[in-house]
Ligand binder design. Structure first.
Ligand code: BG6
Length: 497
């Protein structure tokens, strides 16, 4: 008993890191288009203009404690030769989609995950009519997938929102975005009918706590606006699911969680409780989207903090009715939490965070991300035993400063990472009986990293000749991991040598 015969094998991408073509085809700007490049421990910045015309930038993204721009700030592009915006060119998928889809098909993929740029379809987010050029572009992409026998999995909102909605409404803080999102989603369902069957509403919806601007377009992110935006995204997702079930019953709409177990550093009950609470703060999001209600522990937390949810009559019923059809997740590793100050000395954990320490049993990459060989099995067990629903790993991968030599990359470290991940998934399927829909490797074609905004942190099995500033031929080359993954897919996960 191994992976199912119709298991989805493939890779995953996101428009703001991969697509480029930002000024083409009538697209409007998104929030991600105003994020500068960064590097390891150098946060990306958001550029903005003040009412008096002055311009500035602040690190409102991941890896920064800044959550708020000054009152009156409007996020915008700033014309300055020292400022570089990586999403504008990215990996230029906009002009390379045929080649990339073909190379992925030759690798054996039967599935590719893309995200749509909402502002390519509705340039301001709430225009009366969609931009037909944007729709035509994505239709071409999906027609090409069809030609190569690849099932697209489409994320409607992956770390970018129409800039205009962020500036006018503070993003999803406003209830106005709920219906605009549903209009955008249903426009896509109609436009790509027969070409796309699987959609995800919001990428890593739980990451709003770490980066409210990136995930929900919040220019002013505080505990109350974050709670509002979270509620509005839940509502938008639920309404989208309800609309799909009513008018496009063949569609399957999933939620998307940034997963990854949090382990207790010791068996001290205080550490155990801290780990339980840290895991709950992640599962809160899947509890709402898969069970249809706010869990008691979250309501109690909101009450303690004086946070009020912007619930209107009928909303709770909508959340209940609009639970997602499956749970998809990203999974890179695990983290470790301690309540002991002394243990904090042990160092920085995966992704950092309060109380997090390094796991002495695991190796990390240059960005401090730990590779955990049991992470898939533990996560799949936790998720399945909590929700008893279809699960799909739609992101997993390792970033590396690849060395490009003689037209290829010898990326044994990536093969080792993938082998451990796939084996752990296989154990969950074979030893624990967990149904799994598929495995999509993150960043199958090199693209700009989200956290750092640099190209140096590469994930792909296909190398793209571009540097941190979008300079290069954009030619594609196959790495060793491409050939290895092809062999794995051909054997449906049996041959992991
Ligand atoms: C996930 C995101 O959190 O991690 C992706 O959904 C991102 O957008 C991926 O690229 C890897 O993170 P990073 O910062 O290394 O690109």
């Amino acid at each position: 008993m191994g992976f199912s015969k119709d298991f989805f094998w493939g890779g995953a991408t996101a428009s703001n890191q991969y697509e480029g073509g930002v000024f083409e085809g009538g697209a409007g700007l998104s929030t991600a288009d105003c994020m500068t490049n960064g590097a390891h421990k150098v946060p990306r910045q958001v550029t903005f203009r003040m009412p008096d015309g002055s311009v500035d930038k602040l690190p409102l993204c991941f890896h920064s404690p800044v959550r708020d721009l000054p009152e009156g700030a409007q996020v915008c592009l700033v014309d300055d030769p020292d400022i570089y915006y990586p999403s504008h060119i990215a990996s230029d998928f906009y002009h390379h989609y045929e080649e990339d889809i073909r190379l992925c098909a030759e690798e054996g993929f039967n599935c590719l995950r893309f995200s749509l740029k909402w502002s390519r379809i509705f340039p301001n987010g709430d225009d009366p009519e969609p931009n037909q050029e944007g729709i035509a572009y994505y239709r071409n992409v999906f027609e090409c997938c069809k030609k190569y026998g690849i099932e697209p999995l489409v994320t409607l909102d992956h770390y970018e929102n129409p800039l205009s909605l962020a500036n006018r409404f503070n993003g999803f803080d406003s209830r106005y975005l709920v219906d605009q999102f549903v209009k955008y989603a249903t426009t896509c369902f109609e436009a790509f009918d027969g070409l796309v069957k699987y959609y995800l509403t919001f990428n890593e919806i739980n990451c709003i706590e770490f980066a409210p601007f990136v995930t929900a377009g919040l220019i002013h992110g505080n505990p109350q606006t974050v709670a509002n935006a979270t509620f509005h995204q839940f509502l938008a997702s639920a309404k989208t699911v309800i609309a799909a079930h009513e008018y496009w019953p063949d569609l399957c709409i999933g939620m998307m969680l940034a997963a990854g177990p949090v382990y207790a550093y010791t068996c001290d009950p205080n550490d155990q409780l801290a780990a339980l609470k840290a895991n709950d703060s992640k599962y809160f999001y899947s509890d709402v989207q898969m069970l249809g209600f706010y869990p008691a522990y979250k309501l109690a937390e909101y009450e303690r903090e004086g946070i009020k949810l912007p619930i209107l009559p009928g909303d709770l019923e909508t959340l209940e009715e609009g639970v997602c059809d499956f749970l998809s997740f990203s999974l890179y590793g695990s983290s470790v939490i301690t309540t002991h100050d002394d243990d904090l000395e042990a160092g920085e954990g995966n992704g950092g965070g309060a109380g997090m320490v390094a796991n002495p049993y695991l190796k990390t990459n240059a960005w401090g991300w730990a590779t955990d060989p049991q992470t898939q099995r533990i996560t799949l067990n936790e998720l399945y035993n909590r929700y008893h629903c279809d699960l799909w790993c739609v992101e997993s991968g390792i970033g590396w400063n690849d060395e490009f030599v003689d037209g290829t990359v010898h990326d044994d470290y990536r093969i080792d990472y993938m082998r451990a991940n796939i084996q752990s998934m296989k154990d969950a399927v074979e030893l624990d009986g967990i149904p799994l829909m598929g495995y999509l490797y993150w960043g199958c074609v090199d693209m700009v990293s989200n956290g750092e905004g640099e190209m140096a942190k590469r994930y792909g099995q296909i190398y793209v000749d571009a540097d941190n500033y979008g300079q290069g031929t954009m030619k594609r080359y196959l790495k060793d991991s491409y050939h290895w993954y092809k062999k794995v897919i051909e054997s449906n996960g049996e041959d992991l040598d």
